[in-house]
Ligand binder design. Structure first.
Ligand code: FAD
Ligand code: NAD
Length: 160
């Protein structure tokens, strides 16, 4: 099977968009990721999957913590910035949640401590124990079929 068929199929899975942030000394590094999921309620665990070519990999291994910023519908530019898709630099405002840098305006900010790492294929899964959460009442940014979307353009499904 070719890579394009796989990516095309995986692109049929509609997701939100997150920016993973991690702090190292005075530096904060961010990376766009949609391979994120809630893992466990008791204890509260989440997981992110990071490509072994991403700079983020060694940064999380070193900091042993990360924050998941679930982007709002007006934050596509942040997704593009942290995916390396913009030509010019933009001003980014970070806030602090429980000592970790997070993105202002995100729908949810979730700070974690890494409790485990599993290397599988060409990605590493970082299991994060949730240490703090901040939620804002905003609409999320969506990603489907390789394109950004918002909930507003989706048809409402009638329930009987
Ligand atoms: P770099 O390429 O070094 O950094 C990414 C970009 O963020 C650079 O442009 C950098 O300038 C900018 N940046 C970093 N820190 C800061 C800062 N403090 N202030 C301002 N700008 C900063 N890859 C995965 O491994 N897993 C996924 O789940 C995943 N999902 C994705 C979902 C979407 C919708 C998209 C578009 C991409 C996804 N990617 C994913 C790909 C990933 O986002 C890119 O390959 C990314 O460039 C890899 O990041 P990096 O750590 O190598 O960092
Ligand atoms: P795309 O068409 O490349 O991706 C569609 C879907 O395929 C993604 O949502 C993801 O589920 C899967 N996918 C893509 N690349 C993958 C990879 N290297 N490993 C595992 N799954 C992958 O979407 P796009 O808008 O062209 O993506 C922009 C860039 O971001 C591409 O370079 C893509 O490879 C990368 N990306 C990586 C991941 C990931 O590593 N998990 C996820 C999404 C996008």
């Amino acid at each position: 099977m070719d890579d394009l068929t796989f990516r095309k199929a995986m692109g049929k899975f509609a997701s939100g968009v997150t920016v993973i942030t991690t702090d190292l000394e005075d530096d904060v590094h961010g990376m766009t990721a949609n391979a994120f999921m809630s893992l466990s309620l008791h204890p509260k665990l989440v997981v992110v999957s990071i490509d072994n070519r991403a700079h983020m990999l060694e940064k999380i291994r070193s900091s042993k913590k990360y924050a998941v910023n679930i982007l709002a519908e007006d934050q596509q530019i942040l997704s593009m910035n942290f995916a390396g898709q913009l030509k010019e630099n933009i001003d980014i405002s970070f806030a602090i949640l429980s000592g970790q840098s997070v993105l202002e305006g995100a729908v949810a900010q979730v700070t974690c401590e890494v409790v485990n790492e599993h290397v599988e294929g060409d990605h590493a899964l970082f299991i994060g124990k949730v240490t703090d959460i901040h939620i804002e009442d905003r609409e999320p940014l969506l990603f489907y079929n390789g394109k950004y979307r918002s909930l507003k353009e989706e048809k409402v499904v009638e329930t009987v």
